[in-house]
Structures are given as structure tokens and as C-alpha cells.
Design a protein around this ligand. Structure first.
Ligand SMILES: [Zn+2]
Length: 322
């Protein structure tokens, strides 16, 4: 019997959910997250092997299911405890199918947490960053690499752009009236969410009975079919329906009242709103990069002389103020 083995179970859960939601934009980002836990899995000198990361992402056992295609055993519910939902598992698979693995390059992103997020105030494209080696030391720079841009190739010291970002973060603190408004808004959204949830539950029930009817009809066709091509086609349909049934049943199992407790959800959101700078201090790159993504939608214009241009950005605090 498989049983969750902590702390590895939590590490794997975080990796799968992070990849499923897109917080880890690629398998490489998931790998880097796992590499941050030297005691997890088999670490080579380059960390966890990317092949192993892929196997982990594809593995249905983490969603509580087993399969052995080589032995003709399709997806079946296992006896063991799941780490993530089947829905998460399917989302991970979809993302794996949809995107190719980004080419591996030496990871300098730890050193440039704002790369790809800070944009050139002049042409609007994302800036890149690199090191340049001087006589005695190497210096980090961000720069616009657009051909023909007025600010193209003009470098901005890494220290300056990142310190400016911290200064910007520190100006983002809600006062008490804003915090109250935030609470009221979250409570409203929460209530609306519950109503939507109840409606969704009803729809799932309908869908489930449709699936049952279709399955029964398909099974009859399957029994009557004589050509092997037809049989294979029916079997494929049955398999798809079975997967869909699992997903729907699982969604139904989440009762509206079991959705995260309001106070807990509110506290998490508020602690971020109250001090985004704390999250920015995290040692995990993926978490750090969440900060500009959440606050500024992941695109933050910077001008070499004037600094950050946040006037046109609708970030949460401005939305609250309004
Ligand atoms: Zn530019």
C-alpha cells in the first residue's frame, strides 16, 4: 500500500499543483523548485533529472489512480491516498501536451528575478538581463534588446532596478479604510462564489447521469460490434467517458461547504495585500516572481532615467482605492 511520505509528499504536491496552475511556467521551473530540496529524490550534480520530473508530472498515482497499459489495465481508482485531485492531474497533462519543454540554459534567473517582467518604458517589450564581466568583477544589467528602440541596448544596473522595485513595494501598503474595503469585497465575492458553487453542483449531477446513459448505450454497441476497428473505436470512447466520469465524480465530491474556510482564505490574501515585500524576500524564485505578477499583472514598465512607470497599471491597491 502506498502511503504519503512527508515531507516529500508536500514537496511533490506543491510541484504538481504549481505546474497545473501555471505558477511554474515550464518543466524547468518545476525542476528548479524541486532542486531547492536537496534531500528530495535522486539529485545529480545538476539536480533532479528532467526526465524524472516529467515522469512525476505524468504519474496518475499521485492523483490516487493506478494504470498499467502494458498489462491492459486502464485507469482505475487506487486504494491509496491521493496527493492531488484528478482534476489537477488532468490539467498537468494538458499543460504537458500543450507546451514543449523550454531549452535548458544556465539558470541566471535566480540572479535576475525581474527578467521578463520589467518592460522597456520606451517600446513596451520585456527587458532581458545579463552579466558583463569587468576587469575586477562582473556586473548584472537589465536592458531592452529591441532593435531600433531609442533605449535599446542601454544598460541599467541590476542593483538599481531591483532596489527601485523594493522601494515601490514598500509604498504599497493599504491603510485601515482600504483594509476594511478589502474585507467587504472579499466577503461579497465569497458569498457569490458559494451560490455559483451550488449551481455548478447541480450541473455536475446532470452531466453525471448523461455520462451514465451514454456509457450504457456504448456498451451495448460494443457488445454487438463485430469489426475489430469498430470495437477499438468503442473501447476508446468508453475509456474517454470513464475518465470524464472520474473527473466529474471528483468535482462533485467537493461540497460547497468544504471549500476553504473564509477566515483562512482571507488571512492568506490579506497577509499578501498587507505586505507584498515579505513574499518578495522569499528565497524561492517562483514565489518572488509571483509578487510583480500579482501586483502589476507581470508587466512593469521601467525607464532608465525616470524609473518605474506605474501610472497606467491597475494594481489591486489602486483598484481598492477607486
Ligand atoms: Zn525598448
Amino acid at each position: 500500500m502506498l502511503v504519503p511520505n512527508e515531507p516529500n509528499a508536500s514537496i511533490v504536491r506543491e510541484a504538481l499543483e504549481g505546474f497545473g496552475t501555471g505558477r511554474f511556467a515550464s518543466q524547468i521551473e518545476a525542476k528548479r523548485y524541486l532542486d531547492g530540496f536537496p534531500d528530495y529524490g535522486i539529485q545529480t550534480e545538476h539536480g533532479i533529472r528532467i526526465q524524472r520530473v516529467r515522469e512525476m508530472l505524468e504519474c496518475p498515482a499521485y492523483a490516487g489512480y493506478v494504470e498499467a497499459p502494458g498489462w491492459g489495465i486502464g485507469l482505475e481508482e487506487g486504494q491509496h491516498e491521493a496527493l492531488v485531485s484528478f482534476e489537477t492531474h488532468q490539467r498537468v497533462l494538458e499543460r504537458l501536451r500543450g507546451k514543449t519543454t523550454a531549452a535548458f540554459r544556465k539558470d541566471t534567473r535566480e540572479d535576475f528575478p525581474l527578467r521578463g517582467i520589467v518592460t522597456c518604458a520606451c517600446c513596451g517589450r520585456a527587458m532581458t538581463a545579463a552579466y558583463s564581466t569587468g576587469r575586477h568583477a562582473r556586473y548584472g544589467y537589465y536592458f531592452c534588446q529591441t532593435t531600433g528602440c531609442e533605449q535599446g541596448r542601454k544598460s541599467i544596473r541590476k542593483e538599481r532596478i531591483e532596489e527601485d522595485f523594493e522601494t515601490l513595494l514598500n509604498t504599497l501598503r493599504p491603510d485601515e479604510a482600504l483594509a476594511r474595503a478589502f474585507h467587504a469585497i472579499v466577503a461579497d465575492v465569497w458569498k457569490a462564489g458559494h451560490e455559483v458553487e451550488a449551481e455548478r453542483h447541480k450541473l455536475l449531477k446532470t452531466e453525471l447521469s448523461q455520462i451514465e446513459r451514454k456509457s450504457a448505450a456504448l456498451m451495448e454497441c460494443l457488445i454487438a460490434a463485430e469489426s475489430s476497428v469498430l470495437i477499438a473505436a468503442y473501447e476508446e470512447e468508453v475509456r474517454k467517458l470513464q475518465e470524464r466520469r472520474i473527473a466529474v465524480q471528483e468535482k462533485r465530491a467537493i461540497k460547497p461547504e468544504r471549500v476553504i474556510d473564509f477566515r483562512l482564505g482571507y488571512r492568506t490574501a490579506l497577509s499578501f495585500i498587507a505586505s507584498p515585500a515579505k513574499l518578495w524576500d522569499s528565497e524561492h524564485l517562483a514565489l518572488r516572481r509571483t509578487v510583480p505578477k500579482l501586483l502589476f499583472g507581470g508587466r512593469l514598465p521601467y525607464h532608465r532615467i525616470e524609473g518605474y512607470r506605474t501610472a497606467d497599471i491597475a494594481y489591486p491597491f489602486k483598484a481598492l482605492q477607486a
